[in-house]
Write a protein that binds this ligand. Structure first.
Ligand code: SF4
Length: 441
């Protein structure tokens, strides 16, 4: 439905027996409205929901238009539920689900979920053929997603991925991953590893590289990695670059050790710095993720921008520190929430009170983006590139491998200017609304 929102048309054309939906917290209100619409269309259609929010706060889905909630990884439970529903057997014995009965929930027994991810079938990509031409990244590259692992062995306080997996880290074998990549539609150019921590097992990564070479796979790759993994494995990074690693998403989070420690990131700013230097040297593009804390002062915003400029980071993503339900951050701060409407848990709003007045906070946030993606930086980089032309080729190649790309610059620049404008307009007409205190219906 991200590509095609005509729900009515889909329902009347397909006449489903069951409609399922998955949702992160910020999707909650949309998920609820879709499920409501399905029941309104035909009350006999079973409505089920799973995914992150349903797992950590199932009570939020105790609504008359929701039949079943799936908790945790539903690879087995969903299959069993469908089989039992089809054959008319009782579904109450399916583990890891909750039924909505008279406005409250009844939970079935908990059972272990699939531990061997290699046993899962590959996604049937024929089902999304109609929309495939629109699966593109920001640079308009045709993209395919592959899940190679679940969970993470680290324990960052703002991250839900290890909580939702009960602290476990599961990974697929390189053989299975490469078989799925080889079966991807021919036109896919960029493979995104849709994991939380792709490179945790170094041995697995080396075997993956070996197999990609053996099979003659020629694709670009994008994945997540921690700074310490990068710094401790320069040879691995070089080999990944050699097989086509184009972008690396790195959770830098902060340039300050105290903030990294508060987030339980288990990293130092020095390691982040070394990781950035190494990736630049290897010519791997970095998408650094950085956290904007609602407690930020103007100086903190300035320090963050200074770090971005000093490290010559050209694709920064700034996320506002958000206590996602299920995280330690949420558990410790649930009473401090200033906004409880889930629409705002989208990492671009602060659901906590901000230290700066709200208008000033958002103004600084928009400024952070517009200055990071500024035309001044773009042209300065262009000039440096031109200046490097006269130098020996080896040094030139190493100098600016991660130049600021023009199109994303233009898009982010326009978006941040729109952001400024909205902040000005909204704060002229309304004071800082505290938000609704319950999930909206
Ligand atoms: S933020 Fe990254 S390193 Fe930390 S727990 Fe989540 S996935 Fe793991």
């Amino acid at each position: 439905m991200r590509f095609d929102r005509r729900l009515d048309r889909a329902l009347s054309g397909f006449r489903p027996d069951l409609v399922g939906i998955t949702a992160y917290t910020c999707d909650y209100n949309v998920a609820v409205s879709v499920l409501k619409e399905v029941k309104k269309f035909d009350p006999r259609v079973k409505t089920v929901v799973g995914g992150h929010h349903a797992t950590v706060l199932p009570d939020d889905f105790a609504r008359p238009f929701v039949d079943v909630i799936f908790l945790g990884a539903a690879d087995d439970s969903f299959k069993e539920f469908v089989a039992r529903s089809e054959s008319g057997r009782p579904v109450e014995e399916v583990p890891n689900i909750a039924f909505v009965r008279d406005g409250s929930l009844r939970f079935t027994d908990r059972a272990p979920t699939t531990q061997n991810l290699d046993l899962l079938p590959f996604p049937d990509r024929r089902l999304t053929l109609e929309y495939r031409s629109r699966y593109r990244d920001r640079m308009n590259t045709k993209t395919g997603l592959v899940m190679t692992s679940r969970g993470c062995p680290y324990r960052c306080s703002f991250c839900a991925c290890w909580k939702i997996m009960d602290g476990k880290y599961l990974s697929r074998s390189p053989e299975s991953i490469v078989a799925e990549i080889a079966a991807m539609p021919e036109e896919v150019e960029l493979i995104c590893f849709a994991d939380d921590n792709t490179l945790h097992s170094i041995r697995r990564a080396w075997r993956l590289i070996e197999l990609v070479r053996e099979k003659g796979i020629r694709k670009k790759f994008m994945m997540y990695a921690r700074s310490d993994t990068i710094v401790n494995n320069p040879d691995l990074m070089e080999a990944l670059k050699d097989i086509g690693l184009e972008y690396l998403l790195v959770g830098i989070e902060s340039f300050k050790d105290a903030e990294l420690s508060n987030l339980n990131k288990n990293l130092t700013s020095r390691t982040n710095l070394e990781a950035v230097r190494l990736l630049k040297k290897l010519g791997i593009r970095i998408s650094p993720h950085l956290i904007v804390n609602p407690e930020f002062s103007k100086n903190d915003f300035r320090d963050l921008l200074r770090g971005v400029c000093e490290l010559e980071l050209f694709r920064p993503v700034f996320t506002v520190l958000t206590p996602l339900p299920g995280t330690e951050l949420y558990e410790k701060n649930v009473d401090r929430l200033a906004i409880r409407d889930y629409d705002y848990f989208d990492f671009t709003h602060s659901v906590f009170s901000t230290k700066l007045p709200r208008k000033e906070f958002y103004f600084q946030y928009a400024k952070l983006y517009s200055q990071s993606y500024s035309f001044k930086r773009y042209f300065r980089e262009k000039l440096r590139g031109l200046a490097a032309l006269g130098r020996p080729s080896r040094r030139r190649a190493q100098r600016h491998p991660d130049r600021i790309p023009f199109m994303p610059l233009l898009i982010v620049h326009i978006a941040s200017l729109r952001g400024y404008w909205k902040i000005r307009r909204r704060h002229k007409t309304e004071p800082c609304a505290p938000g609704r205190l319950r999930p909206s219906s």
